[in-house]
Design a binder for this molecule. Structure first.
Ligand SMILES: *Cc1c(COP(=O)(O)O)cnc(C)c1O
Length: 396
């Protein structure tokens, strides 16, 4: 399919493979394996797997291949590999490219499981990791060394929503020959230009906006054909983190509507941030689309939008945050994000509960902080809900 079509068009058509029945909606090839016409054909396929040939679902599957091609086209990446979860994507990308003795520089503000992979697992296998404040370019420059093999960061950090300058960090990393691995979940594929901005490898938890309806776990790694097929695929296919065909179908259907969903969610997030900014019960409204956000100009340049998530800091600390959550009527208390349903999270006691207090302090994960993943409900219902819950929290 022509590469110059709008991403919204690519998200609907790219990668489609039709069977002999000419089905409109993508077929779910719910098969672990594939039959060969002859022993000779089996032998040939094990020698070399052709472009639209498959031998075993851990190595590849037609429904999964449709998803991989569709998202690669959307992102402007040469290739993609779909994984069983976002963490299979993050761990696979890092472990497949690193070996004992390598050095990695990572932003400190990360999804909890990413910290475990970097600190615990990579450390155990002799990879040295230096953590930096991701928004401090001088810190990146000081930490990246001649033996640095990779840098890793979330382009928008969870839950405090600092935006990291992909282009600037990539320039520093590339000057030392290091690969740039970006966890781009909060930017979403709709607002991402990470490959064009210098990322070598982009990873997504497809569980978030790509599914967008809270149904399935999934992930994807995007990059050059050399990296995806030469480095990542051998690791993934032999260690078993591949995506199921059913999940790939859910994610294909998710991509068809992602542009509409994410733009609507981001517009609501922007409106809610503007409506809540300055509210007497809040010490901070954090949203990259607000002019007062420290990286608002960067967010506009890098993503063209503020994203679908905002964070609120309640003056009354944990008691106020809990009273607020318990008073919410439209949104739900949970810990996913990017869903059609608005989801509210108290990071300090859930997603980031296990972080030592000093790390929470360093990252700005205060007792009053609430993360709001804005869904697809009507924005006026969401605004009314947040405002009534804030007054309930104030009175409680
Ligand atoms: C959710 C998430 C992950 C992990 O994805 P799973 O699909 O839950 O494995 C990794 N990074 C970020 C930024 C996330 O939000």
């Amino acid at each position: 399919m022509s590469k110059d079509r709008h991403p919204r068009t690519q998200a609907i058509h790219a990668g489609t493979r039709r069977s002999q029945y000419g089905e409109v909606s993508e077929a779910i090839f719910m098969t672990q394996g594939f039959v060969y016409d002859s022993a000779e054909q089996a032998e040939a396929r094990f020698e070399e797997i052709g472009p639209d040939e498959f031998i075993y679902a851990r190595y590849g599957n037609p429904t999964v291949a449709m998803f991989e091609e569709r998202i690669a086209t959307l992102e402007g990446a040469e290739d993609a590999f779909a994984t069983a979860s976002g963490m299979a994507a993050v761990s696979g990308a890092l472990i497949s490219m690193l070996k004992a003795g390598d050095h990695v520089v990572s932003a400190r503000a990360l999804f909890g499981s990413c910290i475990y992979v970097l600190e615990e697992i990579l450390g155990r296998y002799g990879v040295e990791v230096t953590f930096v404040d991701g928004s401090d370019l001088d810190a990146w420059e000081a930490a990246i060394r001649e033996d640095t093999r990779a840098v890793f960061f979330e382009s928008v950090a969870n839950p405090t929503l600092e935006v990291i300058d992909i282009e600037a960090v990539a320039k520093l990393a590339h000057a030392k020959g290091a690969l740039v691995v970006v966890d781009n979940v909060f930017a979403t594929p709709v607002f991402s230009r990470a490959i064009a901005q210098g990322a070598d490898v982009v990873v997504y938890s497809a569980t978030k906006h790509i599914d967008g309806q809270g149904r399935a776990l999934g992930g994807v790694v995007l990059g050059s054909r050399d990296f995806i097929r030469g480095t990542l695929e051998p690791y993934m296919k032999h260690t078993g983190g591949s995506m199921s065909p059913f999940t790939a179908w859910v994610m294909l259907k998710g991509l068809e509507t992602i542009d509409l969903r994410v733009r609507a969610q981001a517009a609501s997030a922007q409106a809610l941030a503007e409506a809540l900014e300055g509210h007497a019960a809040l010490s901070r409204v954090i949203y990259p689309g607000l002019p007062g956000h420290p990286q608002s100009a960067l967010a506009a340049r890098q993503m063209g939008a503020g994203g679908t998530v905002l964070s609120l800091d309640l003056n009354g600390g944990k008691a106020a945050a809990f009273a607020f959550l318990n008073a919410i009527k439209v949104g739900v208390i949970s810990n996913n994000l990017g869903d059609a349903k608005t989801i509210l999270t108290h990071p300090a006691t859930t997603t980031h509960q296990r972080l030592p207090q000093e790390t929470k302090d360093l990252l700005g994960i205060t007792p009053g902080l609430i993360r709001v993943s804005v869904g697809l409900e009507h924005v006026s219902d969401l605004e009314a809900d947040l405002l009534q819950a804030l007054s309930a929290a104030d009175q409680g």
